[in-house]
Design a protein around this ligand. Sequence first.
Ligand SMILES: [Mg+2]
Length: 392
Amino acid sequence: MERKIIHVDMDAFFAAVEQRDNPEYAGKPVIIGGDPTKRGVVSTASYEARKYGVRSAMPLREAYKRCPEGIFIPGNMEKYKEISWELQRIFYDFTPIVEPLSIDEAFLDVTGSQRLFGTPEEIGRRIKECIKEELRLTASIGIAGNKFLAKLGSDLEKPDGFVIIKSEDVEELLAPLPVSRIWGVGVKTEAYLNRIGIKTIGQLRAIPLEYLEKIFGSMGQELYNLARGIDNRPVQAFSEAKSIGREVTFEEDIGDIEKLYVSLLDLSQQVGRRLRKSEKAAYTVTVKVRYQGFETHTRSKTSQVQIDLGNQIYEVVRQLLDEMGLRGRRVRLVGVYVSNFISASAPRQISLLDNRDSRRRQLEDTMDKIKDKFGEDAISTANLLGRKYTRE
Ligand SMILES: [Mg+2]
């Protein structure tokens, strides 16, 4: 069966997030990177800023010269990582074969997803919709029979692009493109090819394989193939994750322990859900706490019983937190992780808490079903039970 690959690439990711979270920036040139009077480079420019000629990796001072009315902001990596997690969660809803290339782009092999989710086009459209609805951001999508063409496709109609490259169109599509559009052809290779008179992929195609091998060694064959739109590299799913976790950075450092509990319950629920989705159970729970400043502590506990419920995770988190004894200290970030996995289909040990656990399981099963149907934000036990914990 022919492979079906989707490449998803967020549009001006960091800048788009800031425009989303600060409506006053909408439609304005937003430049992420920091103070334009200081050293440093642009990390992302919004499409409005790009009209002024501002580009990623450009010195901030140069960006300021080109666009003095730009909104220069330092950016918030923790927040972007958080959203990147959300993005990956969307991908994993459609295929387990996800290869993240960076914080805002990934390859998805959807060859085996078609029976469940429809054609690659339908899957691509749904991913785009999910990103729009759940993250309120736009992505550009490329769909093709291999990674090179899928990545090329996502770049062709940016922003908010959606391009399907059919195998019969490949030759015509590639021929006029500059050789730099070949994934892996860097500045040096491009300069060399240009010097010998090869500017387009079509021209590159005219060079015999032996000659390319003579110049580029083992890369010669790859160039030869890519010029013809041939790319056999598989999408390499993240090597089996060693841990699953979620963390949250607070806008203001938190001193109120009850508020922390609610956040940790929420994180525990999210981690439990991801565990169940990946059909695993875990033995080890880790909690991470970062205080005001950057002092960070982690503490783990390995349980005798398999854990896959948010409430089970939370119970261990509470014990760990009590052991850490953070009373009175202001907290900047908390995280909840689980590791030491076992497949969920392995026989379940009977827990002493079985009766209570079975009721919790029912509750979380119900929540899973609601979330599957109406989205992750549809229901949360932090909302349901948060009050209970503050009443204690
Ligand atoms: Mg991007």
